[in-house]
Ligand binder design. Structure first.
Ligand SMILES: C[S@@+](CC[C@H](N)C(=O)[O-])C[C@H]1O[C@@H](n2cnc3c(N)ncnc32)[C@H](O)[C@@H]1O
Length: 280
């Protein structure tokens, strides 16, 4: 089997080739999600936060959705967006008002130091999230803030099926994996179309059987509000070894050995743990 790192590059690059408009098609949903997870809640609050952030780095920028957002809210900032996927870079260059660079954030040595780094949904795709965070931290100015998120441990049933499926998924070619993701998305859609609502399981409430199965048993994302292909692409991310963390592990493993910092905020939802740190 290829190493995690090579698979991450190969599969993300093929994903961005298949869904080059993913960022603009999901922009409204993702902006709202970003604002909520990092505690800004409104664009106005994020704008206020960005006002004195003169140098901004989007590490693992994908198609550039977040850099575009930051640039709109602080047009005077110098923005640098980096990703290792050539197809991501090609798409990001069309929307980001700033430098867009193809590089590996685990080896990155930029001369710039940043007031704000956003590294959303990226570091768990790197071989050693803790080392990646330490490297990013070196690029922060004192008093600067970093926002990052990792994939969250779900429950023992869903984590078990993720591990089993991932073992097979990571042996597939990019075409085979796309076909597989297509099938599980059809499964999610079939569940959604049953229109079974109001499910309670282990004290949690779900408003659709698709969400209930997806969150607890088997990854089968389906969002009726976006194009079907975009849901397929959400079910396609199997290739990095998908390490997942709980909050305790984030604190003990991912923040381990960081120079002085203040933990500003943690936020957990079904899929992710989002963290904001200030460098002291
Ligand atoms: C789930 S996507 C998130 C993209 C973007 N941050 C967003 O929220 O839309 C993860 C991105 O991280 C990039 N990535 C993963 N490992 C990387 C590395 N070592 N160096 C640079 N980019 C990396 C992938 O190519 C991919 O575009």
């Amino acid at each position: 089997m290829e190493k995690n790192k090579n698979l991450t590059l190969k599969f993300f690059d093929s994903k961005w080739f298949r869904v080059p408009t993913w960022a603009e098609d999901t922009e409204a949903i993702y902006r709202k999600w970003y604002l909520k997870r990092y505690g800004y809640n409104t664009e106005q609050n994020l704008k206020k936060f960005l006002k004195d952030k003169h140098y901004i780095l989007d590490a693992g920028c994908g198609l550039g959705r977040d850099s575009k957002f930051f640039g709109e809210l602080n047009p005077k900032a110098t923005i640098i967006a980096v990703d290792q996927s050539p197809h991501a870079i090609k798409a990001a260059k069309k929307v980001v008002k700033g430098k867009v660079l193809k590089l590996d954030i685990t080896k990155m040595k930029l001369k710039e130091r940043f007031d704000f780094i956003s590294c959303d949904q990226v570091i768990h795709h790197t071989p050693n999230p803790n080392k990646t965070l330490i490297r990013l931290f070196k690029h922060l100015n004192k008093g600067g803030v970093i926002n990052f998120s990792v994939c969250r441990k779900k429950n023992k049933y869903r984590d078990f099926t993720d591990d089993v499926l991932m073992k097979y998924a990571r042996k597939m070619s990019t075409d085979e994996l796309w076909k597989f993701s297509h099938t599980i998305t059809l499964f999610g859609k079939a569940l959604h179309d049953l229109k079974i609502k109001k499910i309670t399981f282990e004290g949690k409430k779900y408003d659709s059987i698709q969400r209930f199965v997806h969150n607890n048993l088997f990854r089968c994302w389906y969002n009726p509000d976006v194009d079907f292909t975009l849901s397929v692409s959400s079910n396609y991310d199997w290739f990095s070894g998908n390490p997942r963390f709980n909050l305790k592990e984030v604190k003990s493993e991912i923040l381990k050995g960081l120079p002085k910092y203040k933990l500003l905020r943690t936020y957990q939802d079904d899929a992710t743990i989002s963290v904001s740190l200030k460098k002291l």
